[in-house]
Design a protein around this ligand. Sequence first.
Ligand SMILES: *Cc1c(COP(=O)(O)O)cnc(C)c1O
Length: 374
Amino acid sequence: MIGPEFREIQIDLGALRRNVAHLKTVIGVEHLMIVVKADAYGHGMIPCARTAVDAGADWLGVADIHEALALRQAGIQVPVLAWLHSPREDFQEALANRITVGISSLAQLDAVASASYAWEDGPAPVHLKLDTGLSRNGIAPEEWRRVFERAAYLEGDGAIRVQGIFSHLAGAGPQADLAAHVLFEEGIAHARDAGLNPTMIHIAATATAVTSTSMRYNMVRIGIGAYGVSPDDSTPVADMGLTPVMTVRSRVAAVRKVPAGVGVSYEYAYVTNQPTTLALVPLGYAEGIPRSASNNAPVNVAGQIRTISGRVAMDQFIVDMGSEWVAVGDPVVVFGDPKRGHPSVSDFARACGTIGYEIVTRMGGRCVRVYVEL
Ligand SMILES: *Cc1c(COP(=O)(O)O)cnc(C)c1O
């Protein structure tokens, strides 16, 4: 049997704690939301949420109401915002669990209002999500007026309370961000004209929160930065004062000496060019190692940074160690903290043609998650 030491995702909650505390200090806004959607970007939602709250987050953010309910079931009491809903979402359970609903349409607003009348526990707090250029969820600008007027009416009726207005940026460059910022300001002004009085305004996720002071308002929504991953993969996270939280560890499961000219793994996409030693690592695309890492991505084997040799298979990949000495059981780190000699997740992601966000979120399969406090 392949033991857990061969497939380990180490989560350093100490690093998460320090990242959250650091971001809170440098950003310095009234409210800090830590985004824990998608199982905290693959880091484990409940332990990460607890740690983030402990480190000073006063809000948590998720996409689905299901995720918000799981936080409540774990006994986490801080305000939670959920912003992505199914077309027939029933909001009663969300309201009963004091989950704040992000609203992206008139229909959602009315559905929350109905749930609020049925639940009869005072106005339901909502945050209106304005689309300022992403063209995905969020209320389209043509709809703003109708939604604001309806929201003002429902507020007067005691069904809802528009506590917040928010948006999300496309990350399409400074010009696009500026245009979105201007549009957002217009939306807020129109909402006020319609009689709404939101007290929480938020648009910035990690990239904007750390680089621009003008879009912090009184809350920022931080996901990737809290996990110690760079939002753009070209700025090392250490430059942002952050430490990677996830380290993917394995061990060499087998070693084989081969001559020159030997094809390695499927399709012989790699052929040895000298007599050499091959190390087998029992992680594959089932664990989230992208197949595009084949012949591209860095990996630390026995303390050396090498490149994956040949195709990544479902369960395993090979590393050509050349004349390096390597033994079964030697440590392997796929990515982790560059300060410890590991490839960064950004370097690994770039080699695979993707972004750090995707790599950390997809890791799993037969790996075991191990929580530590370093
Ligand atoms: C995922 C998400 C965030 C967090 O973004 P990061 O870039 O990970 O900080 C913030 N807001 C919304 C609406 C999101 O969907």
